[in-house]
Design a protein around this ligand. Sequence first.
Ligand code: FE
Ligand code: FE
Ligand code: ZN
Length: 307
Amino acid sequence: MMLKLGSHVSMQGDAMLIGSVEEALSYDATAFMIYTGAPQNTRRRALEQLRIEAAQQRMAEQGLPLGNIVVHAPYIINLANPDPEKRRFAIEFLVSEIERTAAIGAEHIVLHPGAHVGQGADVGIAYIAESLDDVFAKTQGVQVRVALETMAGKGTEIGRNFEELRAIMDCVKAPERLSVCFDTCHTHDAGYDIKDDFDGVMQQFDDVIGVERIGVFHINDSKNPQGASKDRHENLGLGHIGFPALSHIVHHPDFAHIPKILETPYVTEDDASKARLYPPYKYEIAMLKANTFDPSFIARIRIDQRK
Ligand code: FE
Ligand code: FE
Ligand code: ZN
């Protein structure tokens, strides 16, 4: 089976989604993830301007199913917001995002469940479930699942453990509309030992939620030790999870049908600079495909980019 492996890519300019497909192909990716606009705001282009048909045609040419496209909802959406007006806005926006996701032909839209901002997780979970009920009622019959992302547990994030995601699923009226996006950096930062015991963590996931719920993987290394609750992504093999564990997940036979998306940081000009300039994805994808870590890949990216 073809590896479903890629990265998040941009969707912008006049090229929009066809540009996203071309960017993914330039990394030798077979899957990719997009935000439908800037992740930190809710300004969005009209559906007719997204160049969906051209993109779908290009995917077909390459023999890639549209399900290899993943959409990520903007992270400012908070379905647990205690302010009912803001919650209402978040619901409406998520409805429009689901419609865009369906028009693209993607099957999952990744969502950060929400942040309870001090009300406590139980109240937050109740708001999230109630909001999702509303969202699903307004998108009935739409074949898109909302993939709740496993979170690192920074601040008041909900979804810091499998039980919180399960609690949301237990409260919504249409749990079949929900899936899970399993983020390796986040689960590691939340305290799960995916480095040395991925299969044990999956057993735990299966007991609490059910592995068949997993719709997307985010493959990221972590800048912080297990349980740090931080959420700072690192390039593959350079963090606390390490290359072998991440490659093990990517090549795991149980999850061959699941798209795997890299969200690792862009590479800087040199170790001292801050500006992130070069996408690492072509190199990281190549290392994963070969199941071989090259400790000099960051140096290689810098040299290649200067040519
Ligand atoms: Fe995310
Ligand atoms: Fe993620
Ligand atoms: Zn993250």
